[in-house]
Design a protein around this ligand. Structure first.
Ligand code: MN3
Length: 241
């Protein structure tokens, strides 16, 4: 015969099991079923208004970025060796990946890396470049005003989807570049200091076809503190994506 304590325990355990069964699963932006996860947006969807509207941010993070993560997880599902690699390792070793998943992984690992960086380098009240970062912007890119003009001109020339990036060498030297689709300078062994997404999904709801207006407004939400931290990390050899 069961002791009272034991019966209470069993009843409690059964109730707990039932509760687990009927409780709805928590809703998440992306149901992650693989090694790669969607990083949470580090601010509210509306935090970058009016430069970037809340609806664009929600779609861009919760749908577009989430899709890159899901597609990447699906692609590596039957490739344990690739699934065990870091995002950075994958992006710097694309030519060694199995051919049947190479293009899918290129697009979606690139998209995952690019957007993970993108959320991080934006924010409200991002201040101004300081210290070594400011010195490098001045000496390598002609200062912030010239950088903005050159960066926006490059962004305006990207045909279709792509990104504009400022890369940073291990010595802290900066350079301006653009890439098509979800490619990233990481694929050539370089490091990305920051970048802007010029695909229409990044701005179309608010700016429609006026990409130059979006490019101009975007500078108001660059988080220079975060960029400064990435600059220091790059010089310390610790910047990955
Ligand atoms: Mn995008």
């Amino acid at each position: 015969m069961l002791s009272i304590e034991r019966r209470v325990f069993i009843q409690g355990a059964a109730a707990a099991t039932l509760a687990t069964m009927v409780r709805p699963r928590p809703l998440r932006a992306a149901e992650s079923t693989g090694p790669f996860e969607l990083p949470p947006l580090p601010y509210a969807f509306g935090a970058l208004e009016p430069s970037i509207d809340a609806a664009t941010m929600e779609l861009h993070h919760d749908k577009h970025h989430a899709a890159y993560v899901k597609n990447l997880n699906d692609a590596v599902k039957d490739h344990a060796k690739v699934a065990a690699m870091s995002l950075e390792e994958i992006l710097t070793n694309l030519s060694e990946l199995p051919e049947d998943i190479r293009t899918t992984v290129r697009n979606n690992a690139g998209g995952h890396a690019n957007h993970s960086m993108f959320w991080q380098v934006m924010g409200k009240g991002g201040g101004a470049p300081e210290g070594e970062l400011k010195e490098a912007l001045d000496s390598d890119l002609g200062g912030l005003d010239k950088l903005k003009a050159d960066f926006n001109a490059k962004g305006g020339k990207v045909f279709g989807s792509g990104w504009v990036f400022v890369t940073v060498s291990p010595e802290g030297k900066l350079a301006l570049t653009s890439k098509p689709n979800q490619d990233t300078p990481i694929m050539e062994g370089e490091r990305v200091l920051f970048g802007n997404d010029v695909w229409e999904h990044a701005y179309y709801l608010k700016y429609q076809n006026r990409r130059p207006e979006y490019l101009k407004a975007w500078w108001d939400v660059v988080n220079w503190k975060a960029v400064g931290e990435r600059y220091a990390a790059a010089k310390a050899g610790k910047l990955t994506i």
